[in-house]
Design a protein around this ligand. Structure first.
Ligand code: FNR
Length: 181
């Protein structure tokens, strides 16, 4: 049976290195693993409890449905101003509601990615993990991958792709939380 991994991209730009890495990993997903990129995160409105109460907009609902159907969630993101990009933060906010029953609840989550600075976007990844934890996800701290790349042309570096694939495998091996009996 297939384990489905939903990818949340923190970058909207067409030539995003993080997108290209995620696409490579989707192509090379291990046997029995399907990696699905959540498209259209830029179309999801800013989270607003009033709007949610009136019925989630189509783009937000599509995001919730995609993650609900997934077994694991992987954020692949650069860092913006020392934290995760707003588009990723907003996605996590939508996935955190309804409170206690959001699509992230109980689901293994990891945050990884590449930036050109020496820390490789570690704050973005730390903050995404913290938010996902608060949203009810299972977040194994050891699945951490913050890769620096002075030259953004990291895709020729097979080690980066291998590290990312390793993160996917570790995430697939992580156990979801079972609902309290
Ligand atoms: C950045 N960048 C950046 N990088 C970083 O490591 N730490 C940071 O705090 C920031 N801050 C930041 C803010 C804003 C508004 C932008 C646009 C960029 C650089 C960023 O990591 C770089 O552009 C990445 O290559 C973007 O990743 P994608 O789009 O190639 O996936």
């Amino acid at each position: 049976q297939t384990t489905r991994v939903a990818v949340l991209l923190g970058s909207l730009r067409a030539d995003s290195v993080n997108r290209r890495l995620a696409e490579l990993v989707a192509e090379r997903a291990p046997e029995g693993v399907e990696v699905v990129i959540a498209e259209g995160l830029g179309d999801v409105p800013f989270y607003n409890e009033d709007v949610d109460a009136a019925g989630a907009p189509a783009a937000a609902q599509a995001l919730r449905d995609l993650v609900a159907r997934a077994d694991r969630v992987l954020a692949v993101t650069p860092e913006y101003n020392g934290t995760m990009p707003a588009v990723l933060n907003n996605a996590i906010d939508w996935l955190s509601r309804p409170y206690g029953q959001g699509a992230l609840t109980g689901k293994p989550f990891a945050a990884v990615g590449v930036t050109p600075t020496p820390y490789g976007g570690q704050w973005a990844h730390d903050h995404a993990r913290r938010s996902a934890t608060i949203a009810g996800a299972v977040v194994p701290e050891e699945i951490a991958f913050s890769q620096t790349s002075i030259d953004v042309d990291v895709l020729t570096d097979e080690q980066v792709v291998a590290r990312l694939l390793g993160a996917v495998e570790a995430l697939v091996a992580a156990q979801p939380a079972t609902a309290a009996a």
